[in-house]
Design a protein. Structure first.
Length: 478
């Protein structure tokens, strides 16, 4: 059993509105945070927003706003998305927070400099505006960034650089040995191959006249700390680094970073190297999920290919969206979103499946005047489900729950309790009592994944008396 569980998502870039690709990551992390809390493990769940950098600056200009007003406005939208999706984060960090984030970034920079790993030099590279990062030729497809499908800018600047190459062999060793776990295995192989391709030292600042929006380099206000040596440090500053060392000692190292595959190189390569240089313990696990696609293309603000999660929650409810993304998405692979697939899952699994079962059992329990002992307060999370959740197989955890729903439906079909309500009330109540206990267990298993639904089911079948209820998921009519 873990002594504590510290989980993070990547912080979202605020140059545009969130899409359901963001929702997938937030929900996956939320499932794990809720799960460990149910087990009684002290848990800290960090989300937040990445608010510096050139994309935010130019987007603010295009919107006719000051950068701070622009990021304030957009960060609020991501906070609202967390609320809409029932994300149970313990802290929402913003990289423009001068009290929470700035002190830790400055402390971390000075640690790298003290180790002799920051130096000034001319940097020449191919720059991807979408990533706000310099890429190598080996990263490109037909001369373009594979994620943003756009040409790169050739940039020559005098910047501060980080001695990445000094730490690459150690990072490879840590990943190959499993001391730094990268999941899934094919992403582990991907980052090892990338590291072995000699990535070179990394630009860690940009001239203020090119990047005016960010944290100044300590001792050199003409240079601005570059995005990765600012944004990545949120995982430390969010739990006290640079301001509350007791809090930091309590939670660090992170037990799990949840990230998308497009930022693997930074989290599993650059970030460990930075921590080694600063003398800070490494995270334990990096879990890498895939993309949500539509029409075969990645959902992305940069490509303008998005689906609005707010609209989906407004029209269908939060748990149906959580269910679809968790059930339909291979946890580490890509998935395809369409309204047709979404509505088919809603009707088959939620309306006709779970919702119908709850309504039938509640109605029959009320008709039979069933009384049942109150539900125990400690949730029962059984072994196959726990193994699936702890292996990040959220779709398998849901499949396991739905197998229990199918088993309960089979009991009803075979026992036909509606036919024995008057002729054999004792037998009827025994069948219904067992079904209520099964639904309580289903409700408990749903708490991490579909929290609203799990709570509703446990409320309906709390006992001692049970009353009929309106459908949890009214069927969608075409």
């Amino acid at each position: 059993m873990n002594k504590k569980f510290y989980i993070t998502t990547a912080i979202a870039y605020v140059n545009g509105a969130p899409h359901i690709g963001h929702a997938l990551e937030f929900i996956q992390a939320d499932v794990l945070a809720r799960y460990y809390r149910l087990l009684g493990v002290p848990t800290f769940f960090l989300t937040g927003t990445d608010e510096h950098g050139i994309k935010n600056y130019t987007s603010a200009e295009a919107a006719g706003l000051k950068p701070k007003d622009f990021v304030d406005q957009n960060a609020k939208v991501f906070q609202e998305l967390d609320k809409a999706l029932k994300i149970s984060q313990d802290f929402f960090i913003r990289t423009t927070d001068k009290e929470i984030h700035y002190p830790g970034v400055e402390k971390f920079w000075k640690a790298l400099a003290s180790a002799g790993d920051i130096y000034k030099g001319k940097y020449e590279g191919l720059y991807c505006p979408g990533h706000e990062a310099f890429l190598n030729e080996a990263d490109l497809v037909d001369g373009k960034c594979p994620d943003h499908e756009a040409p790169l800018q050739k940039i020559v600047e005098e910047n501060y650089l980080f001695r990445y190459t000094k730490y690459v062999p150690k990072v490879i060793e840590l990943i190959e040995s499993g001391k730094l776990s990268v999941i899934p295995g094919f992403r582990k192989n991907e980052i090892i191959n990338l590291l072995k391709s000699n990535p070179g030292d990394v630009s860690f600042s940009r001239p203020k006249d090119k990047l005016p929006w960010g944290i100044p380099v300590p001792g050199d206000p003409d240079q601005i700390i570059y995005v990765w040596s600012d944004a990545l440090v949120n995982y430390l500053t969010g739990v006290g680094y640079g301001r509350d060392e007791e809090l930091f000692k309590k939670w660090w190292p992170a037990d799990l970073h949840v990230i998308g595959k497009d930022i693997l190189r930074f989290h599993a390569g650059l970030w460990p190297a930075m921590l080694l240089s600063a003398g800070v313990e490494l995270p334990k696990v990096i879990f890498v999920h895939g993309f949500v696609n539509t029409g075969g293309r990645k959902l992305s603000k940069s490509t303008g290919n998005t689906v609005d999660p707010f609209e989906l929650v407004k029209q269908y409810g939060v748990d149906p969206l959580r269910y679809f993304l968790l059930r339909e998405s291979p946890p580490t692979g890509d998935s395809e979103f369409t309204i047709a697939k979404f509505e088919a899952r809603f009707n088959a699994d939620l309306a006709s499946g779970l919702g119908n079962l709850v309504s039938r059992v509640a109605t029959l329990a009320e008709k039979s005047a069933l009384e049942i002992a109150a539900k125990p307060t400690k949730p029962l999370l059984d072994s196959p489900y726990r193994i699936a959740i702890e292996d990040y197989r959220f779709n398998d955890a849901l499949s396991y729950i739905w197998s229990k729903i199918s088993a309960a439906d089979k009991v009803i079909s075979e026992a036909k309790p509606w036919e024995t309500l008057e002729s054999d009330p004792e037998k009827t109540q025994e069948v219904l009592r067992n079904l209520v206990l099964q639904l309580r267990e289903i409700g408990e298993l749903l708490l991490p994944v579909l929290p609203e639904t799990g709570e509703k089911i446990l409320g309906i079948f709390a006992g001692p008396k049970i009353k009929s209820t309106s459908p949890l998921f009214p069927r969608l009519e075409k």
